[in-house]
Structure formats: C-alpha cells, structure tokens
Design a protein around this ligand. Structure first.
Ligand code: CU
Length: 579
C-alpha cells in the first residue's frame, strides 16, 4: 500500500516522510486504515483514528502497582555464528566494524526485539506492546570501561503487526562513544525481509560493537582519560520516520557504564572508588519516565496528525502508571530518564506536599565535579539526572511522592507555569530498616571535568532549529539520509551554536560525543549543566554555544531534536566524521 502511494524514487521500503507531499498521502492512508492510530487493540475493535486532544484516558488508582526493577542482563557464552568484522550468517548488511581488533568484545549479549502482552496498570486492559527481550522497559545492561561488548540484536517483530510502529528496527545506544555502523543510524533499519536504505541487505539480526572506551582514546592511550566517563546511557529505537512510534510502543532500556571510580560497589576497598549507593535493581535504580495517552477503552492511542509532539495524560515510570516503590531507610541512587516523546518535567520530591531536598550527582548520566543539593530540576526529552535520596532522614511509614509541576498543554513545550499540587509520577514508601548498615556515601568530589581547550577549535558552525513551511528543519533543510554538508575532521574540536525558534522548545541531541555548554544566551549555564551533556534544551529563541570534539571513529552520525515527533518530521541533520 505504501509503495503504491510513492511512485517514482523509492527510498528504502517506506514512503520518504521527509517529503511533505508524500507524508500527507501516508497520513491519509493511515487514517483510512482506521486502527493504524492504535497499538494493541484488535483491528476490528479499533475505533477510527481520533485526535489525541479529543481523548481522556480512563481513571486509574495511583500507587497500586509496584515499580518494576531489574538486575543486570546476563551475557551469553557464545553466539552462533561467531561475530565477525563483516556481517555473518543472517546478519543485516552493515559496514565492517571499525577498530574490531582493538575493541574485540570481551562479553557477548543477545537481545531480541519482540511483542509482549503488557499491563500498564491493573485497571487498564492488557495490550500488545514491543519490548527488548519482551520487556518494557528493556533489560538493563551493566558495562565497564575497558571491556568492549558485542550485542547481537534480533528483530523478532511480526511483519504483519497491528497498530502503530514500523517492524524494522535500528537500535541507538544514546550517548555511547561508538562507531557509526553500531550507532543505530536512522537509515540502518532492518528486519528479515527489509533493509533500510543505508544498509546493503536485510537480516534477522545486526551486531552492535560497543567499545566502552573513554572518548579521546586516541589521545590518551592505552586506557583513555577517566574524566570522559559516561554513566547512565539508554538504548532506544531510531528507525527513520518511525522513532516516535517505535519508542512509544516500548523500545527503550537502560545501559549503565562503570569504571574504577564509579565502580558500582558501595563496599569497594579501592580507596579511590566513590562508593555511591550500588546494586543494580536494589539500591541503584533506573527510573524511565514517560507519559502515554489511552482511548476510552484503555488502549494506547497515538495521534499521527499531531506534529507538534504528543502528550499523554497518564504518567508512568518503568512502564507502569504511577507505581510505588518500597524503600529501606538508607541511601539510593536513582537514574531518572525522560523516555517520553515531547513532555518536559519539573520534578519535585514531596512529603505531604512539601518539597524535600536531594543530592543531584549527574546530568545526562555524567557525574558532576561535585554533588549539588537541590529540590527541583527540569528534564527534557532524553535528558537524564542521577539523584541520591537518603531515606534514613525519614521515619518508617513516610511516603514521598515524585511529582511533576510543570504545566504543558501541547507539544510546543511547557508554559513555564508551575502547578501545585503537581502530577504524581510515583511514590516511595519508607517501609524497612536496611538489613546491614548503609556503607554507601556521596563524596564531596565526584569526577573532574576534562579541560576545554579552545586552541583545538578549528571552526564554528551555527544550526537553526526552525519550522519552515509547516515542517521541521535544521538551517531550513529537511533530514536527508544520504547527504550532508557537515564534515568534521576526526580528532578536531568545533563550536556548535544551536539556535531555537520562537514559541517552541527543542531538546537537541548530538550523537557520538558529548559537549560542554559554553553559554546560554551569552550567560554561563546553571551549575547542574556545567558538566558534559548530550542533550541541549533550546527554549524559545534561545542560543546555546557548545564545545564539541569528534574523536576516534569516522562515518555518518546525526544531530536531531529529541521531541521524537519533530525528529520524525525531519528535524534531523546528518554529519560525517572524516579521517
Ligand atoms: Cu523539536
């Protein structure tokens, strides 16, 4: 059907949505198909496509479902066939791994993308979602610097699925310092029968090699510069034109990175170790926050006509609507991720409605030089914040609520008004004493920052994120999978000036490397944004100057708006790192 409405040049196997005329045709066909706007509902039961703003989700009782938490995913002892520098067996036609010998994998993983029957809440119907390993969110990876891993990602989605999403995948490990062929480029999507236009041929799986090396590996041999360490990463689908739908349908999970400093062991005898609260799924907890919209029958709804960005009226954490989490009277590390499409949050931890303070240790997963005591912060799409909350400050029986007070009425961005009371996301129930004394701590010094050496800067580029003729653009251009005028030299540094547009918020994400904010509208950024970041929120009309370096790998990468609807509607730009 899609091929029939896109005569002439065919880009890959789907209509090229970067062409506005084609996009309208595709949307028209989706509307005629009726149930295309719904995930999970049987096709005949699906009501016609309706605008999201006409919907109200059924009521649900807060704090009746437990927060899902996971331990770390286990590696496998072998993959058959064994991974190769070039594709093996039924693997999709990717480019050869860069630096495959230097970063020969020490651990192997198998990850399978497949449908699952999911319950968001006991008062909503169970429905068919998609998940890595059939889990929503996907399993948590625990990786270590100096230990490259290879993840073989199988696509087990049915090609004849019902509902939103496109059953070809391209998995991006957000903020990873990885080679282009493992980065989940939007055109590198695959299934057993379809290949994206930047792959050579389809495949049942694709091998992703994650070197887990500090950025700047080439300058700081043999083991890199620990000041470059990343911590809280997440992986999610990045399929061209369908990223919002595929992520909304469930394709996201955590990937954590540890090293000698942030070792993941609160009892570490190494005197240099930070000994932050540790134990994945015990005292080190990922919290993937998002909002989803349901129709009156309680089935997930997705409005394909809303190009501003989708909001939902149900708040959820780790795939459950307003869960609770029983905690002990001790310190916990929480890794908050805004895994949603378009909503911005201003988060508060409240006790009987009164904000409490907590310790903010990492922005976008990267430890700051020193912890900050805060009582509120913003989180744009794809941004992360690591917090330490010390529940020993509260008596047994205390209930604390994580709540969002930021008003937002459409995908354009928040109004800036704070609402009291806010919208609860989840509740922490202080239920027990710890079985052993809390050995964890938050040292006064966390991780030093690498220097900003302006002498490395070879050029300045300006990127304007704008709306042009009712479509989303960067410097007036729609995303093009194949061409770019942006070529950056490997090993060089540049200043990237990111400019927003009037009336819109754009959380801009740059692949491959993090950056340092030099200024926001000519002023220094707030303290919690003075570390390394990979998402740069542009408020309306704002200009953010970022110091960027591009190191160790070459190939095609993207920069894009992480309002995933804006991304899918072409607010994305390809850049190539060249030798
Ligand atoms: Cu945007």
């Amino acid at each position: 059907m899609i091929d029939e409405i896109t005569p002439g040049k065919q880009v890959g196997n789907q209509a090229d949505l970067t062409n506005p005329a084609r996009r309208e045709l595709l949307f028209a066909s989706a509307a005629l198909a009726g149930g295309a706007a719904l995930a999970g509902a049987p096709p005949l039961a699906a009501p016609p496509s309706v605008r999201r703003d006409a919907l109200t989700s059924p009521p649900t009782t807060p704090f009746v479902v437990a927060l899902p938490v996971y331990g770390a995913k286990a590696p496998v002892t072998a993959l058959v066939p064994a991974p190769g520098r070039t594709p093996t067996g039924q693997e999709a036609g990717r480019a050869a791994h860069q630096r495959a010998t230097e970063f020969a994998p020490q651990k192997l993983y198998e990850l399978r993308v497949r449908p699952l029957s999911h319950s968001f809440h006991p008062e909503l119907p169970t429905q068919i979602m998609w998940g890595y390993d059939g889990m929503l969110p996907g399993p948590t990876f625990a990786a270590r610097y100096g230990e490259p891993v290879l993840v073989r990602i199988f696509n087990d989605l049915p090609s004849n699925h019902v509902g939103i999403g496109s059953p070809e995948i391209s998995t991006h490990l957000h903020n990873a310092h990885s080679a282009s062929e493992s980065d989940g480029y939007p055109g590198d999507y695959y299934s057993a029968t379809k290949a994206g236009p930047t792959l050579l041929y389809p495949g049942r799986y694709k091998d992703h090699l994650y070197p887990n090396c500090y950025a700047g590996f080439d300058q700081y041999r043999p083991s890199g510069d620990a000041r470059e360490a990343l911590g809280t990463l997440w992986y999610h689908d990045h399929r061209h034109d369908f990223t919002a739908q595929n992520v909304y349908r469930g394709l996201a999970g955590f990937y954590l990175l540890f090293d000698a400093l942030d070792s993941g062991n609160e009892n570490d005898s190494n005197l240099n170790a930070l000994r932050l609260p540790s134990g994945i799924g015990r005292y080190d907890i990922g919290l993937a926050i998002d909002d989803r919209q349901f129709d009156s029958g309680g089935y997930l709804a997705f409005d394909q006509f809303d190009t501003d960005g989708l909001l939902g009226d149900k708040m959820m954490v780790n795939g459950k609507v307003q869960p609770f989490f029983s905690v002990q009277r001790r310190k916990y590390r929480f890794r908050l991720l805004n895994a949603g499409l378009a909503r911005f949050y201003q988060l508060f931890l409240t006790r009987a409605g009164v904000p409490q303070s907590f310790t903010y240790i990492a922005n976008d997963g990267n430890l700051l030089p020193a912890p900050l005591t805060m009582s509120s912060f913003r989180l744009g799409s794809a941004e992360r914040a690591d917090l330490v909350i010390d529940f020993s400050l509260f008596p047994l029986g205390t209930k604390l609520v994580l709540e969002n007070r930021l008003e937002q009425v459409n995908g354009r961005g928040p109004t800036g008004n704070l609402l009291t009371p806010g919208m609860p996301l989840m509740r922490f129930d202080v239920d027990a004493e710890p079985p052993v004394p809390d050995a964890s701590r938050v040292p006064a010094v966390l991780r030093q920052q690498p220097p900003i050496n302006m002498a490395e800067v070879v050029r300045t580029r300006t990127f304007r994120f704008n709306r042009t003729n009712s479509v989303w653009t960067v410097n007036g251009l729609l995303f093009d999978l194949f061409s770019t005028s942006i070529q950056v030299k490997r090993g060089s540094a540049e200043i990237w000036v990111l400019q927003g547009s009037t009336g819109w918020h754009h959380p801009v994400h740059i692949h491959l490397e993090e950056g340092r904010i030099l200024s926001r509208n000519g002023k220094p950024p707030p303290p919690h944004e003075r570390g390394r970041k990979d998402v740069f929120v542009l408020e309306p009309g704002e200009e953010v100057k970022v110091f960027m370096r591009f190191r160790d790998f070459v190939g095609k990468y993207v920069m894009h708006c992480h309002n995933l609807t804006h991304e899918d509607h072409a607010m994305m730009l390809r850049f190539d790192v060249v030798p």
